[in-house]
Structures are given as C-alpha cells and as structure tokens.
Design a protein around this ligand. Structure first.
Ligand SMILES: *[C@@H]1O[C@H](CO)[C@@H](O)[C@H](O)[C@H]1NC(C)=O
Ligand SMILES: *[C@@H]1O[C@H](CO)[C@@H](O)[C@H](O)[C@H]1NC(C)=O
Ligand SMILES: *[C@@H]1O[C@H](CO)[C@@H](O)[C@H](O)[C@H]1NC(C)=O
Ligand SMILES: *[C@@H]1O[C@H](CO)[C@@H](O)[C@H](O)[C@H]1NC(C)=O
Ligand SMILES: *[C@@H]1O[C@H](CO)[C@@H](O)[C@H](O)[C@H]1NC(C)=O
Ligand SMILES: *[C@@H]1O[C@H](CO)[C@@H](O)[C@H](O)[C@H]1NC(C)=O
Ligand SMILES: *[C@@H]1O[C@H](CO)[C@@H](O)[C@H](O)[C@H]1NC(C)=O
Ligand SMILES: *[C@@H]1O[C@H](CO)[C@@H](O)[C@H](O)[C@H]1NC(C)=O
Length: 626
C-alpha cells in the first residue's frame, strides 16, 4: 500500500477478487448460511446470490469475514454450531437478541476474536473457560444473560483482556483472583460471595453491588471470614463502628495536624539554615571533578550520578546514597532558579498525564518552565537518578528540553522547557468555538515530520530505547508550531497501575505491560498519531470504542468502502484544494505503522524518510531544517 494510490487500489481489488474465489470465503459463507438456518426468530434477510461480504452485519477484510454484528435483530433460540468456522472473525456481536442455551463449543476455534458482545440475551449454562484462552480477546460482554455457575478460574489466561462485563446473571461462588490489568469490570447483580480480590479493589462500588461480596471497595469482610452476606448484621456492625470511628478519626486528625506542623516547622528551620550556609548546589551536568569538589564542600549535597558509568561513587565515598536537597540541573541556559524559587513561583495546572500532573511555573523575573510531578515512581533513587541523567544528556530539536529534576522520598519533579502553544491534542480536539485557528496541512505535515524525527532519534540511541508514551497530548508545539515531543522514556520508571483507567487508543495490540514498550509498539502509537492528525478524531474517544473499533480500524473500514479522502478532518479539507495526494500518502504511512503484527510495521527511520518524501513533494511544506 505504499505505492501510488491508483496502482495500489488496483492491486488491492485484484487481490480481493483473487481471494474471494478461494475456498476460505466459501467456508465463511457456508458457516453464515448454517447460522441463518439454525437460529430462530426473525429471519436474516440475506441475499444469497450476492457475495456474503455484502450481507447485512457482515464485514470483510482481505476477502474474509472479520466482523459479524447482528445487534437487536430479533434472533432467538440457541446458536447452532457454525460460527466457529468463521476463523478470521475478530468482532462478534449478538447483543440484545433473545438467544438462549449455552455458548456453542466451536467458539473455541475463533482464535482471532477480539471483541465479543453477547449482552442482553438469555444465554445460560456456565461461562465456558475457553473464552479466556482465546489469545486475542480484548473485550467480553456477557451481561444481562442467564449464565450460572462460577466465573472460570482461568480468567488470567486472557492476557490482553481489558473489559469483562458479567452483570445481571446468575453467577455463584467467589470472584477468582484476577491479576490481569482489567480496565472495565462489572459483576453486579449476581449471586457471587466471598471477598473481592485485591487487584479489583480500585473498581467502583457499583461494579460489585447486588451480590454477597465483601472487602474493598465494599464493606470489610467479617472477622470470621465466611462473609454472612445478609444486609442487617453488616449494617449493625457499621453503625457500631461509626461511633467509635468518629472519635478515632477526630483524634487521628488532631495528631496528624500536630505532626504536620512539627514537620513543617523543622523543614523551615532547616531551609533557613541551608540558605545561610549558601548551598545553591545548582549544578550543570556534573563533571567528576566539580562533583567531588561540591561533595567535599557539604555533606548534604548529592554525589551527582554521571552518565551511567560505574565510577568512583561506589567505593568508600558513600555507602548510603546522598540525599539531594535541591534540583539537579542539566542546562542552565533557561535561567537559574532553585527548588525554593520553583515552589514559590506561581503555578498553573496544565494537565494530568499518564505519569502525573504538569504545571506551568512562572517566576517573578519572567522565566516560565513546565514542571511535571511524577507519581508512582517505582524505581529506587539510584536508578531514578541514573535514568534521569541519561535523559538529561539527550538533546534534539524536536524533543522538549529537560532542564532539571528533583528527587526526594515524597516528591519527584521533572522540569522541562515550557511550550506556549500547548499540546497537539488540545489544538486538535480543544474548544473549536473559541477563535482557535485550525491547523492546515502544512502545519500538520510539519508536526508529523518533527515528531517522527524526534522518535527516530530516540530509537537510534540503542535498540532498547523507546519513547513509551506517544500520544497527541505529549506532542507539544513551539511558537512556530514545530513539534516538541515530551514525556519520553519515562514509562519504565512508573508503576503501570497508575495508567489511566480507560482504553488507551494508542497502545499496540501486543503490549501487555505499560512499562515495556518496544520500538515497534512506538511505531504503532506513532501511526495512530498520524491518523489522528489527518482525521481529527481522537483515538481515545468513547464513540469509537463502543462497537470495538479503534482509530486504525475505523480508517481502514472507511478507506475500503469509500474514497480515502472521506476520512480526512473537514477542517483540513475545507481550506485545502491541492495537496490531497500527499494527504493520502501520509495516511498510508499511518496505516502501515498500525499493522497488527509488529514485524509488518516499518521502523521509525523508514517512517521518517517516507514523511520527508511527502514533505518534499510539491504542494507540501518546505522541510523544516534539523
Ligand atoms: C465447519 O468446518 C468443518 C471442517 O472444515 C466442516 O466439516 C463443517 O461442515 C463446517 N460447518 C459449517 C456449518 O460450515
Ligand atoms: C441479490 O443479489 C444479486 C446479485 O448481486 C442481484 O442481482 C439481485 O437483484 C439481488 N436480489 C435482491 C432481492 O436484492
Ligand atoms: C473446531 O473445533 C473443534 C473442537 O472444538 C474441532 O473438532 C473442529 O475441527 C474445529 N473446526 C475447525 C474448522 O477448525
Ligand atoms: C435461567 O436458567 C434457569 C436454569 O438455570 C432457568 O430455570 C430459568 O428459566 C432461566 N431464565 C430465563 C429468563 O431464561
Ligand atoms: C458461598 O456460597 C456457597 C454456597 O451458597 C457456600 O458453600 C460457600 O461457603 C460460600 N463461600 C463464602 C466464601 O462465603
Ligand atoms: C455495573 O452494572 C450495573 C447494572 O447494569 C450498573 O448500574 C453499574 O453502573 C455498572 N457499574 C460499572 C462500574 O460499570
Ligand atoms: C462470626 O463470629 C461471631 C462470634 O465471634 C458469631 O456470632 C457470628 O455468627 C460469626 N459469623 C459468621 C458469619 O460466622
Ligand atoms: C447469617 O445471618 C442470618 C441472619 O442474621 C442468620 O440466620 C444465619 O445463621 C447467619 N449465617 C451464619 C453462617 O452465621
């Protein structure tokens, strides 16, 4: 799909015809007919003389049935053995019909299935355990059925599962120890009992109501364990507790406040003293000699870690890592300040990101920086400082400059240069009314190129370095709308539990651990970013997710059925008569980056070269100098 549009499409259609005469589609067709003939209720009005890919609810890709969506079409009775033969099926939806009986065993053959929507039927029997061994399954919705028995113990086998909805069934027994990081979960209105496993304690209460469950987020389990689920004893206990609890809480609060005052008092005195001794240990990227000198000067000052080199600091000098009381600087060209000054500067919240909140800090003398408060840092101090030191040595025109950092037990701050135009996400999806000027093609292509160069540069450092969190809210823009990529390489230091509790539209399908993002997974995220840039659609938007479509799938479904230009952001095409050819070329680059299998994706340097070619051709922006 990287060649010219016309020849690409011709080849595509030829391929389509070739495939459609082979027996695989024929097998799909037979399976669909067996389904149609096997179910009861309202008949499926499929024109059997037309190809199956044109039938209502049937969607094909590369000449095979990949999605079957028959929501609310009045089907009833049990499902026949048939669907298991649709071996390329990725999405199956029968929601809100009147189907009953058990799930047919041939569902186990749907090894590519990603999204299963069977809510609002009358399916019964046990939830088959093979659902959780389907290797690609992401979403299972069996809510509002008549399933009984226990939740299978092998839920953890579904390593990519993000959504499990089982509410309004007749399920009994305990909730198994679920360890996979589910993003959406609901078992309300069943007859489950026992305690809620710890990893699910962060889910909302209403995901568990209407059962005999106990433990966080519901009432604590009774001491003797067996959880007598009747309402009254629990309530009585709660009332008795609450009188005692109030006294306890009041005492705790008073003590807490006293302690806080004491600590603040001590800290203030300490600070004053330090200032007197003059310890503005603002250090540029430390050279061994100067760090030694500084270390001699005051015992409080850190031994700044040098670029990963296992060097003198190990022997003798300090067994216990020295504690930094101030910022460690990488560049001072932005102006000088210390932690005190930074904390006193007027702050404004910029946003809440995956790794923590960002603030804009404005100093009285006019300097403005962006400060990120990292939360849930899971690496020890030494490793943190080593990693940050490496980040501080990275410098590229399209990366936001890391100015300084601060590490203490309770606070980890990273100071970046401030970008006045904010993030690409805000510009693309922000309030469209408020006099915001739409981004034109030249600007968007320039942003894509700048971001590609920055990520290529990161990837070129070594094979294990990846950005780890590419998304439009991490692409910041300079005064001249040049892309400046932020939040790079922080992912391995942050606890994955702190990732937001929603479907992340940028994440590559093979990623299971947010701390380990490969370069190929970066390429996927970058591809989604390009599609977002061209379509103006946010990949995290709820509407896309409802039927289990992500942005790459949405784009391919449109481009296969209609002309490619139908996917473009209206803001982009309204003011743009020429350059359409180039938009399509960039769209294809985005599509190739979001290939399902990592090996089919291009590398970042290849992507950069392709975008450079698009930028160089007529009707496109002049290439931004490096
Ligand atoms: C499903 O596939 C098997 C093996 O290819 C075949 O024997 C069977 O008839 C097929 N069933 C339907 C309903 O197409
Ligand atoms: C069924 O499809 C065939 C081939 O596409 C077409 O000729 C025919 O008119 C269709 N029949 C109906 C009832 O739509
Ligand atoms: C589907 O799975 C069953 C076992 O559950 C197996 O016997 C059958 O051959 C499979 N069908 C296909 C088409 O793979
Ligand atoms: C649900 O299943 C039980 C048997 O497990 C059956 O008695 C009941 O009628 C079913 N309810 C519905 C609404 O189908
Ligand atoms: C859950 O209920 C079943 C049967 O109702 C009972 O045997 C089991 O002990 C209960 N488990 C807990 C943990 O209360
Ligand atoms: C769980 O399902 C119940 C019943 O449909 C609903 O009221 C509740 O809001 C749901 N909770 C979550 C977290 O999805
Ligand atoms: C828990 O223990 C108390 C006494 O220690 C007893 O009265 C109560 O019945 C027990 N509850 C359960 C559910 O076993
Ligand atoms: C649970 O509570 C009910 C009502 O208070 C009581 O009848 C029953 O014996 C209790 N069960 C256990 C196991 O304590």
């Amino acid at each position: 799909m990287k060649n010219k549009t016309n020849s690409g499409l011709t080849v595509f259609f030829f391929f389509l015809c070739l495939v459609s005469v082979t027996s695989d589609l024929e097998a799909d067709r037979r399976a669909l007919i067996a389904l149609r003939d096997g179910v009861h209720g309202r008949p499926l009005l499929w024109n059997l003389t037309a190809p199956p890919c044109t039938w209502g609810g049937v969607q094909c890709e590369s000449g095979r049935v990949t999605a079957l969506r028959l929501p609310g079409v009045g089907l009833s009775g049990p499902l026949p053995i048939a669907i298991g033969n649709l071996t390329k099926l990725e999405t199956l939806s029968f929601r809100f019909n009147a189907l009953n009986g058990p799930l047919p065993p041939d569902f186990a053959n749907l090894t590519l299935l990603r999204y299963l929507y069977l809510q609002g039927n009358a399916f019964s029997g046990e939830i088959p355990s093979f659902l959780f061994t389907l290797p690609n399954i992401i979403r299972i919705n069996l809510a509002q059925n008549n399933f009984s028995g226990r939740i299978p113990d092998n839920v953890n086998a579904a390593t990519r599962l993000a959504t499990l909805y089982l509410e309004d069934n007749q399920l009994t027994g305990p909730i198994p120890e679920i360890k996979i990081p589910l993003q959406q979960f609901n078992v309300s209105s069943n007859q489950l009992n026992g305690s809620i496993p710890d990893p699910l304690s962060g889910m909302p209460k209403n995901a568990f109501l209407g059962n005999l469950l106990c433990g966080k987020p519901l009432e604590a389990c009774s001491v003797n364990g067996t959880g007598n689920g009747t309402e009254t004893p629990v309530k009585g206990k709660k009332d008795k507790l609450s009188t005692g609890a109030i006294i306890g809480i009041v005492i705790a609060c008073v003590l807490g406040l006293l302690l806080l005052f004491l600590i603040l008092f001590c800290l203030c005195r300490r600070k004053k003293k330090e200032e007197n001794v003059q310890s503005r240990n603002i250090e540029a990227a430390p050279v061994p000699t100067s760090s030694a000198a500084v270390a001699k000067e005051s015992a409080d000052v850190p031994t700044p870690v040098t670029n990963g080199a296992p060097h003198s600091s190990e022997n003798g000098a300090s067994k216990t890592p020295a504690v930094s009381k101030d910022l460690t600087f990488f560049v001072k060209s932005f102006g000088e300040f210390d932690l005190d000054g930074l904390l006193k500067a007027s702050a404004e919240v910029l946003g809440k990101g995956t790794f923590g909140s960002s603030y804009k800090a404005s100093f009285e003398h006019g300097l403005v920086v962006a400060v990120k408060r990292l939360r849930d840092v899971v690496v020890p101090e030494k490793e943190f400082r080593e990693k940050l030191q490496v980040l501080g040595s990275i410098s590229h025109a399209n990366l936001v400059t890391l100015i300084a950092y601060y590490f203490s037990r309770d606070e980890k701050l990273v100071v970046f240069e401030y970008m006045s135009r904010g993030s690409l996400s805000a510009l693309l999806h922000g309030n469209k009314g408020s006099g915001r000027s739409p981004l034109n093609w030249e600007t968007r292509a320039g942003i894509a190129l700048g971001a590609a160069r920055a990520i290529s540069y990161l990837h070129s450092r070594d094979a294990t370095t990846s950005h780890g969190n590419i998304k439009s809210s991490n692409i910041l823009l300079s005064e001249t709308f040049e892309a400046k990529v932020s939040d790079y390489c922080l992912a391995p230091m942050i606890s994955p539990t702190s990732t937001p509790n929603r479907i992340d539209g940028y994440r590559a399908p093979e990623v299971t651990d947010a701390r380990r993002i490969s370069q190929k997974a970066d390429v996927y995220s970058f591809g989604v970013l390009i599609l977002e840039l061209l379509t103006g659609k946010s990949p995290t938007h709820q509407q896309l997710h409802e039927e289990g479509v992500d942005l790459p799938r949405w784009v391919s479904s449109i481009t296969e059925q209609q002309t490619p230009s139908d996917v473009f952001d209206p803001e982009l095409t309204r003011y743009q008569s020429e350059g359409n050819e180039n938009m399509i070329r960039l769209l294809k680059i985005g599509i190739s980056c979001t290939a399902q299998y990592p090996d089919s994706r291009p590398t970042m340097p290849e992507v950069t070269r392709l975008i450079e070619e698009v930028s160089r051709s007529p009707g496109s922006p002049a290439p931004v100098s490096d």
